[in-house]
Design a protein around this ligand. Structure first.
Ligand code: GLC
Length: 546
């Protein structure tokens, strides 16, 4: 069997896909309670960035009578980049038995040995959102159903069998020219570099199922017995009882977007935020039948414990930092303040300079005598979108991004992680990884795909002007540079050392950011409002820190 490029662009009837993004007829499903004072237009410089003009543009989904008018189309036509981005996104479609089932990671064939010719679950998310926002939900539905079939495969690494619910990291289409048949081949980590587990895939799958349901108003997909079962299998994996003393999810290194050794083992923020978001989405999607009910109860309990743990122990601002700086160690019993026995000497010097007077963020990892103070963009943005972050914390995260703009955004949005690890620490933490040298790739590199997450988070808390600044930066270079996967350097000024060109999620991430800023009602498919019930419980606790 030969592996052929699974793209069959020329065979597909593109008349089914509109040339231009079209306005959707799905207004009903889009409602999202945007913050009072949200202004879809850029506020004037004189305006306080936190308080936009209340009379000017309070967004109310019900008022979008012009939604199906070509308002958004005009904007797309105005910017030449969006037309090229749509073309590139369409070219990245992958077909299986004449149906589009996903998008290839990168349309760059410069190194065929790499796995960028595959459909990655996490990479497909911004593509899926772009298609949903553009009124093309079928591709997303096909993807959801195909990956669900893959989930039911028996997965083995050597002689070890993986959990039933594991979703693949990626898949590709194999074409047998003799029999003229196509089959799918999936990777659950058994072929991945370093054999890393895609813990995030299952979470993204649930999040995408909810985005599809919200955007189309079609709950029949999520209600299919096989979708309900798929969700329950994912949930069984992450809600199983074991030796854990924390509600967070224990993971191996490289289990998420950062899929190489980068010291993100333990309880990485990206996974915890996705876990939280997926649990909340599952709660909305699960049927309350005999099987679903039990999961609903377990989810509710876990969400309470998880939000308490994250908001208390992962949260870092000036006050918290000062508290840790003054920690006593070796405390035993329930009265301990320094519960995880973190040594103040382990506080890295950079964090004192990095922490602004106003602002804060969820740190990278918390475990026994271990706090990873690095900033990770994806986890913090998902924390805002899922309302894992309280409204105060969400604003503090944005305050930090604004105060540390040079460091976190620089010339190209957005640093996946800050700061880079160097020298001896790089040797120990990455195992001398030549791809993750300082300020490159995962290690302090800048990833354009993160633009959509920043934009969504900004819109959610009513500060879209921050996203606009970032989008402008991306527009100055992305297309000219052929949509690189990532940029290098402290400021993100250089196209990444080994960055792919025409990286699909850089393209789709830009489109999603653009469509969301233009029509904020799209936000509803990727954001969840605060669960008011969670707050009073939190406030009663004496350890509540913000
Ligand atoms: C890199 C990224 C990973 C992504 C993959 C395909 O391995 O680290 O997050 O899914 O490329 O683009």
């Amino acid at each position: 069997m030969v592996v052929l490029p699974s793209l069959k662009v020329e065979e597909f009837d593109f008349s089914r896909l509109p040339d231009r993004p079209r306005a959707l007829n799905m207004e009903r499903q889009r409602s999202f309670e945007l913050p009072i004072g949200y202004s879809p237009r850029p506020p004037s410089r004189a305006e306080n960035p936190r308080v936009t003009d209340h009379l000017d543009g309070i967004f109310s989904p019900g008022r979008r009578s012009g939604f199906n008018t070509p308002r958004s189309q005009n904007v797309f036509e105005q910017h030449p980049m969006t037309a090229e981005a749509w073309d590139a996104l369409r070219r990245s479609l992958v077909f299986f038995r004449n149906q589009p089932v996903g998008t290839i990671a990168a349309l760059d064939s410069s190194d065929e040995n790499l796995n960028y010719d595959q459909v990655f679950v996490r990479d497909f998310v911004p593509s899926a959102l772009a298609f949903l926002m553009n009124g093309q939900p079928e591709i997303v539905k096909n993807f959801i159903l195909k990956t669900l079939r893959l989930q039911s495969w028996e997965k083995k690494i050597d002689r070890f069998q993986l959990g039933e619910g594991v979703m693949p990291a990626s898949f590709k289409v194999l074409h047998d020219p003799v029999r003229n048949t196509e089959t799918l081949m999936a990777d659950f980590g058994e072929s991945a570099i370093g054999r890393v587990a895609p813990v995030d895939s299952g979470f993204w799958w649930i999040i995408l199922l909810r985005a599809y349901t919200k955007s189309t108003g079609d709950s029949s997909l999520a209600e299919l017995p096989e979708c309900q079962k798929g969700m329950r299998l994912i949930l069984s994996l992450c809600l199983s009882e074991g030796f854990d003393t924390f509600p967070t999810l224990l993971c191996a290194d490289g289990c998420c977007m950062i899929d190489r050794r980068m010291g993100v083992y333990g309880y990485p923020i990206e996974i915890q935020a996705l876990f939280f978001m997926a649990l909340r989405c599952a709660l909305l999607l699960l049927k309350q039948d005999a099987e679903g009910k039990e999961f609903v109860e377990r989810i509710v309990k876990r969400l309470h414990a998880l939000s308490y743990h994250m908001r208390s122990y992962f949260w870092l601002d000036l006050k918290q930092l000062n508290g840790i700086y003054r920690y006593k160690t070796e405390e035993y019993s329930h009265t301990a303040v320094n519960k995880f026995n973190v040594m103040p000497d382990s506080l890295p010097e950079w964090v004192f300079d990095f922490m602004p007077t106003h602002g804060g963020y969820f740190i990278g990892n918390v475990g026994p005598s271990n706090m990873d103070f690095r900033w990770f963009c994806l986890g913090n943005c998902v924390a805002i979108l899922s309302s894992l972050a309280t409204p105060e914390q969400s604003h503090a995260i944005m305050d930090l991004i604004e105060s540390r703009w040079q460091e976190l955004v620089g010339e190209m949005p957005l640093k996946a992680c800050y700061p880079a690890i160097e020298s001896h620490e790089w040797r120990i933490v990455t195992g001398c990884d030549p791809k993750n040298t300082r300020w490159s790739y995962h290690n302090g590199g800048s990833w354009p795909v993160l633009l959509w997450l920043l934009t969504a988070a900004c819109i959610k808390i009513g500060r879209p002007q921050i996203a606009r600044r970032a989008i402008e930066l991306a527009e100055a270079r992305l297309q000219k540079d052929s949509w690189p996967e990532y940029y290098d350097g402290k400021l993100g000024l250089y196209i990444g050392k080994q960055a792919r060109k025409f990286q699909t999620w850089s393209i789709a991430g830009y489109l999603v950011a653009k469509m969301m800023i233009e029509d904020p009602s799209h936000l509803g498919m990727v954001a969840l409002e605060e669960d008011k019930q969670m707050r009073p419980v939190m406030k009663r606790s004496s350890s509540w820190t913000c």
